[in-house]
Design a protein around this ligand. Structure first.
Ligand SMILES: Cc1cc2nc3c(=O)[nH]c(=O)nc-3n(C[C@H](O)[C@H](O)[C@H](O)COP(=O)(O)O)c2cc1C
Length: 332
């Protein structure tokens, strides 16, 4: 079932793919695999990040992404994730940020495939949920053509059956994490060649994929899955609303972003009633009408109003009315 869900996934994105974001995305696709933000195994094991594991049952299938490089600690964090009910635990071997480099994990682990294999083996031994890896094609001066097959062979031998490859290097010196998502060139053909070399591995491609059409193109070429990050966040309706139909041949759960917004209202009511802030949810909904009429008014009303004390679902109704042009006066 997860193999099928992984045909399309929404990437792990720190500060973006929190539980509110995932709940919103799930309304638009019942099938796509959703990833959490990265959580470090150290933070989980020390207990400080326990609440980051919380998620809503509606989010399944949902994967927890861990960052770390200590096998025992990762095993313990994996167990915590499995106990919490995550469907998959993913190891981050792609994040280039300084903070992460200092802890010897993330993309720098592309230099240490044996450590990654040891971590993956410990995670696999720790629980019954599937363990996956998200990696780059290499870092710095590495030759991806040489290091990527070696890396994949080692994680495969450790028992990993599914990997996602962000099809560009991370340059660990001199580029910001943001630049590291755009500047190093993409090499999709290399990822496709890895599928030919490792036919038994489930391989998802990631990086710069901007639409569902593009995703379908990769699946048609023989890749097993496509992971979309920024495009899914900035234009969730464009990427997810038709995904169930186009990728899995199911009916789409909703036909328009307006319906997804309506469906968020009870969730927002619950969140605010429990003491949460409106903007914590609506900040992930700003792109709901991306490229559609009313998108600007929608963003403006929510951006300006959602931080105000006492803001609640009425503001979302007001913004929605501005988009649909219905009941603007009464809502205003
Ligand atoms: C705001 C932001 C935060 C990210 N955080 C993570 C993360 O926690 N773990 C991870 O593996 N990748 C992270 N990434 C990288 C994405 O998962 C993805 O690999 C990258 O954005 C390329 O895919 P895209 O071009 O479809 O966005 C992040 C990307 C963004 C934009």
């Amino acid at each position: 079932m997860l193999q099928s869900a992984a045909r399309l996934s929404v990437a792990p994105m720190m500060d973006w793919t929190d539980r509110h974001c995932r709940y919103f995305h799930r309304l638009m696709s019942r099938r796509a695999l959703l990833y959490t933000e990265m959580v470090t195994s150290a933070a989980l094991v020390r207990g400080g990040a326990r609440r980051l594991l919380d998620f809503d049952a509606a989010e399944h299938p949902v994967a927890l992404q861990l960052g770390g490089s200590d096998p025992a600690e990762l095993a313990q964090a994996t167990r915590m994730g499995a106990d919490e009910g995550y469907d998959e635990v993913n190891l981050n071997v792609g994040c280039p940020s300084d903070r992460v480099q200092s802890g010897t994990f993330g993309a720098v682990l592309m230099r240490h495939p044996d450590v990654v294999a040891e971590c993956a083996a410990a995670m696999i031994a720790a629980c019954n949920v599937e363990i996956t890896v998200k990696c780059r094609i290499g870092v710095d001066d590495q030759a991806p053509e040489d290091v990527l097959p070696d890396f994949l062979e080692k994680v495969r031998a450790a028992g990993v059956r599914r990997v996602t490859i962000h099809a560009r290097k991370a340059w660990l010196q001199g580029l910001s994490p943001k630049e590291n998502r755009d500047v190093p060139p993409l090499d999709y053909p290399l990822v496709a060649r890895m599928k030919a070399v490792f036919p038994e591995l489930h391989i998802s491609v990631n990086g710069g994929i901007g639409s569902l059409d593009a995703a379908c193109g990769f699946l048609d070429q023989g890749l097993d899955g496509v992971m979309i990050g920024r495009a899914a966040y900035h234009d969730p309706a464009g990427v997810l609303l038709d995904a169930d139909r186009l990728i899995w041949g199911d009916a789409s759960p909703l036909s328009a972003p307006e319906e997804a917004v309506e469906a968020m209202l009870p969730y927002i009511d619950r969140h605010v009633a429990a003491g949460g802030k409106l903007h914590q949810v609506t900040r992930h909904m700003l792109g709901a009408f991306s490229g559609r009429p009313g998108a600007r008014a929608w963003r403006r009303i929510l951006s300006e109003g959602a931080h105000r004390p006492g803001a609640d679902a009425r503001l979302v109704r007001e913004a929605l009315a501005a988009v649909t042009g219905v009941g603007v006066e009464s809502a205003a």
